[in-house]
Design a protein around this ligand. Structure first.
Ligand code: ATP
Length: 576
């Protein structure tokens, strides 16, 4: 709730005017039964056409005024509600962006998406309905009751009893359904998560003919959600019959006692109509109030889920403003251990090495040996559990996030492009990059041909996730994006795996034309890709199995020799 307060303050005018106009509309609604009663008792009873017509005109005017008030209230309520949800979404995105990857790994993207979309929409809906109905409905309920007292106190006492019973029903149902809503939202999260995986992995699913299984799994999850929602629906559905039975019982009682009073001249027949109108108004407003309470409880649950994200604290802070020392070293690891949150074992153990400025460092090892984890420590995507990572001689914790991102550019293992154009993707590397800078990066990345081959050139559209580019084209463009940044340190995390040998060789050659001081980390499972490096780090199950040049490692490191020989033999076999 505390997160809504700044928005409620910001939309003060709307917050006041929306309920105010709704109350005004309610006043007109409360006067209408009295006009109708008058019209019956005087106009119709006395066959006075003029009286009937003027009162009918009055009713029309009331309806028009009510409608105007309702529209105005809706306008202000919608302004406050949509403005608040837009602001909340913004805040959520800012918060999510500020979280470290550890929180990301732990929370999961699917639930974050649900919170940014359906939960925020639920809050918007709740706020809109609250502004419109929270004061109007109780006002009409009590207003109609008071009006009933002005007509006949004895009959009005029936209204009081009915309102108490109705309140018990409404609050009872609300108490039952509110916790269930949280439960259904969790199930929705699970479906979003599974759907996301199924849709992003659609090619793999088709290739392995797993459509039937995936559909079956989805149907199971979907039916669990359906059952949970039906259960909540069933609970809410109890409310309508109960409330209608209560109201009908009151109407019968009003007619029973009222008809006797009309006969004895205590009441007019128009009064009976007015009383029935009021009890119906009470029913309608109580049902609205009940729905409002359900909506509010859903919104509060959603706000709670949004608040959980907004309350998250990043496990990493970037408060330093280190600039680096006068040193020849670019990156130094000193006895570094690393463990992912929740993992049972370290992913890296006792890593120590120094990368000098201008050097090319190769990192090789089997799958899961810790190569990506190691380079992610250089970017401070994660913190070391033990030991220290130094950048330009300064512990990495002393650098600001901006300085780190400026100094280091990475080509991630999974080539990821964003919706837009080739140009907009390249500009992510450096917002003010010139056309020449972009083309130079494209040339080095062996991507210039790809761009020239597209009708739109640099302005060729990129579809979501780069779906209109091949795997190799995407890799080259992501390499170009990193090169545009002209960072001091360039990390290529297994980013030439989709390139053919000739293109990869051309890329390696072109990387040599980078400024002399650029330090390049190349992660690869191919010995050929890193063999030329100044230093090669060999990882084996998170530990350093060796460090040195290709020749030194061939002579001294068994793991490296095995990798090299297995690939060299494969090539020889393939040729023969
Ligand atoms: N986000 C994560 N959460 C928990 N464990 C992780 C995470 N990422 C990687 N790991 C674990 O850390 C270990 C090292 O993974 P890493 O991705 O660094 O290996 P890699 O050498 O780059 O592998 P590959 O060549 O297959 O990409 C693996 O055991 C992996 O299961």
């Amino acid at each position: 709730m505390k997160y809504l307060i700044p928005y409620l303050k910001k939309y003060k005018k709307e917050r006041i005017l929306a309920p105010l106009f709704k109350m005004l509309e309610a006043c007109f609604d409360l006067i209408v039964p009295l006009i109708v009663a008058d019209l019956i008792d005087v106009g119709i009873a006395g066959r006075d056409t003029h009286y009937i017509l003027t009162h009918f005109g009055l009713l029309l005017m009331m309806a028009l005024l009510g409608l105007t008030c309702s529209f105005t209230a809706q306008y202000f309520a919608a302004r406050a509600a949509t403005g608040t949800s837009a602001g909340l979404r913004h805040e959520l995105l800012d918060k999510i962006q500020s979280l470290s990857l550890t929180e990301f790994d732990q929370t999961g993207a699917a639930t974050l998406i649900t919170r940014m979309t359906s939960d925020v929409n639920q809050v918007q809906n709740g706020l809109n309905m609250t502004l419109r109905l929270f004061m109007r409905s109780p006002f009409i309920v009590f207003g109609a009751m008071i009006m009933a007292f002005t007509i006949n106190a004895k009959i009005a006492l029936l209204f009081v009893a009915a309102i108490i019973v109705l309140f018990i029903i409404v609050f009872g149902v609300m108490k039952l359904t509110a916790p269930l809503y949280r439960h259904t939202q969790q199930k929705l999260d699970k479906i979003t998560e599974a759907t996301r995986e199924d849709l992003t992995g659609v090619r793999v699913i088709r290739a392995f003919g797993r459509e039937e299984t995936q559909i079956k799994n989805f149907a199971e999850r979907n039916s669990k959600l359906l059952h949970a929602q039906i259960y909540v629906g069933d609970m809410s559905a109890i409310m309508n019959p109960l409330t209608y039975v209560t109201i009908n019982a009151v109407i019968i009682a009003v007619l029973w006692f009222g008809s006797g009073m009309v006969e004895s001249g205590v009441l007019f027949s128009g009064d009976i109509i007015a009383l029935i109108n009021y009890i119906n108004q009470i029913l309608v407003e109580l049902v609205k109030l009940a729905n409002l309470i359900v909506i509010i409880s859903k919104s509060l649950a959603s706000m709670g889920r949004v608040g959980q994200v907004l309350d998250m604290e990043s496990s990493m802070t970037f408060e330093g403003n280190a600039k680096g020392t006068e040193t020849t070293e670019a990156v130094r690891f000193e006895h570094v251990d690393m463990r992912y949150a929740g993992a049972g074992a370290d992913s890296l153990t006792d890593i120590t090495f120094t990368a000098k400025k201008g050097q090319t460092i190769g990192i090789i090892g089997g799958t899961g040996s810790g190569k990506s984890s190691l380079v992610q420590l250089i970017l401070r995507f994660y913190d070391a559990a033990k030991g220290t990572v130094y950048l330009n001689g300064e512990p990495i914790q002393n650098w600001s996030q901006e300085a780190l991102r400026e100094k280091i550019a990475i080509v991630p293992q999974k080539a990821q492009l964003f919706t837009g154009t080739i140009r907009s993707n390249l500009l992510m590397g450096k917002a003010d990059a010139t056309e020449d800078e972009m083309w130079r990066a494209l040339e080095i990345a062996q991507a210039a041909e790809v761009v020239r081959g597209k009708a739109g050139g640099l302005d060729e559209p990129v579809e979501q996730g780069g779906a209109n580019f091949s795997g190799g084209q995407k890799q080259r463009l992501t390499i170009a994006r990193a090169l545009v940044a002209q960072a001091d340190i360039l990390i290529l995390d297994d980013s030439s795996s989709a390139l053919d040998y000739a293109t990869e060789a051309a890329l390696r050659k072109a990387l040599k034309t980078l400024p002399e001081e650029t330090t390049v980390f190349i992660v690869s499972q191919r010995a050929g890709t890193i063999a030329h490096a100044d230093q090669i780090l060999v990882l084996d199950d998170g530990q350093m199995a060796g460090i040195g040049t290709h020749e030194e490692l061939l002579a001294s490191c068994q793991v490296y020799r095995e990798i090299y020989e297995s690939q060299f033999e494969k090539k020889t076999e393939a040729r023969s």
